[in-house]
Design a protein around this ligand. Structure first.
Ligand code: AHR
Length: 501
């Protein structure tokens, strides 16, 4: 089959915000304990954090990390997680029914992020708590000496404010599973008051208000509009969350997941802009896609209410990924890039052990899952602006999304009209090879390297050996793009069946 991608460096969709390559560390399962933090591990640094995990995080290209939840944040008392560790009390986290030892809290996380050069995105508890606790946490993190909460931070040994810029107003408050779940009016009012107080403490912060937990939520659309009717003028971003999985062996629908994500983004943009239009507002509220990934949620997760009570670190949702999952994840990143004008922030949920690209064994190895590769390569090569490309090619019929494009593409451009680096991200969702003709009139290309991931048909198996085998067989580093022909203004690239390049 044959496809074309028409590009021109003068036609641009938007500029990539580096915070698009974010991830997420929640107090859930082994994300924190035996994930980023394990003081007895051979690679632990002087603060008890695993160096092997931090190194893989850096190579993954993660720019920002959301913390401490997720569902966890909705019953979290942050004051109990600061100060001398020996005085902190364990508590039962109701979201994941796990006894949380409270050894890692706000200071430990923020200092880890700072040492690793990662921007933190903090979430406040709007489930069981409210305005005062949220404003106090902003003051604890960002305040200067001379006021109660800032002085408490200083008493705990941290003089310099952390300067946390990004703040989530709760988490998935539309979800009935959320501790302290609210309807859109209750949440909208609370978010408006909490956000107002937080910005009065530090006017430089950016606020993310909760959108829907997914497009399948019954309240989707209505939720966004109601919540924004209270918060439009106050907030900077609205959140989106989405997880994709192959259900009942429906491979085609799974391969079309990024079209589902694309439609979800367009619908949220429409809902947001409808509120702006009603208000005759010139302001643009953008999207924080602060949870996205492949997660075998419907097919393998028992649900929050059926979890046994455990002590951290517990093995919860440690999904194992295949090369097929990696191809779909790469395609989801193509969609995110193509919405760079409206989606400046995104978090691959999550970073380590919990539905994650990085896995560990307690006291043992850290390794990467197949999904690591398209993320790392995209974070490395997608720079500058996203070009407004035109793609035509074969169609893929799916039960879930109808007919979707068989080939998807995102092209990024860093540099000036005459010279610059082009990042070309191509996905072949079909089961036949496709020759993609890149048309770049007036632009000469010198070919660089790349990475190609081809899908597999075997079930994923846990462990570093299997992950390494999948990487050898399905992840290829290319010295040059898999080019079949070049002519002035045209370059033809061959895409393997079901592949991400
Ligand atoms: O990322 C796992 C969970 O998924 C988060 O805690 C929650 O926000 C979402 O439902």
């Amino acid at each position: 089959a044959h496809a074309t991608v028409l590009l021109h460096p003068d036609f641009r969709t938007g500029t990539i915000d580096r915070r698009l390559f974010g991830s997420f560390v929640e107090h859930l399962g082994r994300a924190v304990y035996t994930g980023i933090y394990e003081p007895d591990h051979a690679s632990a640094d002087e603060h008890g954090f695993r160096r092997d995990v931090a190194d893989l995080t850096r190579q993954l290209g993660v720019t920002m990390v959301r913390y401490p939840g997720g569902n966890f944040v909705s019953n979290y008392v942050w004051e109990d997680g600061v100060g001398p560790v020996e005085q902190r009390k364990p508590f039962i986290d109701l979201a994941w029914r796990t006894v949380e030892p409270n050894v890692i809290g706000t200071d430990e996380f923020l200092q880890w992020a700072e040492r690793e050069g990662i921007e933190p995105m903090m979430a406040v508890n709007l489930g069981t708590r409210g305005v005062a606790a949220a404003a106090a946490l902003v003051e604890y993190c960002n305040g200067v000496a001379g006021s109660r909460w800032a002085d408490l931070r200083i008493a705990h040994g941290r003089v310099e404010p952390y300067g946390v810029r990004l703040w989530c107003l709760g988490n998935e408050m539309d979800g009935p599973w959320q501790i302290g779940h609210k309807d859109a009016h209750e949440y909208g009012r609370l978010a408006a008051e909490a956000g107002k107080a937080m910005k009065l403490v530090d006017p430089s912060i950016e606020l993310v208000v909760c959108g829907s937990s997914g497009m399948q939520m019954e309240t989707f659309g209505e939720w966004e509009q109601t919540v924004l009717s209270y918060t439009y003028d106050l907030v900077d971003h609205i959140s989106m969350h989405a997880y994709y999985e192959e259900l009942d062996g429906d491979r085609a629908s799974f391969l079309g997941s990024a079209t589902g994500m694309d439609r979800f983004i367009r619908r949220v943009v429409a809902s947001v802009d409808a509120v702006g239009a009603r208000k005759r507002s010139d302001k643009t509220v953008t999207i924080s896609f602060d949870e996205w990934n492949i997660w075998y949620l419907k097919s393998r997760f028992p649900g929050e209410t059926n979890l046994p009570l455990q002590h951290a670190p517990a093995r919860i949702i440690e999904d194992v990924y295949s090369a097929l999952d990696a191809v779909v994840l790469g395609d989801l990143m193509v969609t995110l890039l193509n919405h760079a004008d409206r989606v400046p922030l995104a978090c691959l949920a999550q970073l380590v052990n919990v539905i994650a690209p990085i896995m560990t064994e307690p006291g043992g190895a850290a390794w990467t899952q197949p999904t690591y590769h398209p993320f790392a390569t995209t974070a490395r090569l997608a720079r500058g602006d996203v070009l407004d490309v035109r793609v035509s090619g074969p169609t893929l019929s799916t039960a879930e999304h109808g007919d979707v494009p068989g080939v998807t593409a995102a092209v990024t451009w860093a540099g000036e009209r005459e010279s610059g680096e082009l990042g070309v991200f191509l996905v072949n969702r079909t089961d036949a090879p496709v020759d993609v003709e890149l048309r770049h009139p007036g632009v000469a290309l010198t070919l660089g390297g790349g990475v190609q991931v081809t899908a597999d048909h075997e079930p994923a198996v846990h462990g570093p050996e299997h992950a390494a085998k999948v990487a050898v067989e399905h992840v290829t580093t290319l010295d040059a793009a898999p080019v079949v022909t070049t002519a002035p203004g045209t370059t033809t690239v061959r895409l393997a069946p079901e592949s991400w390049t």
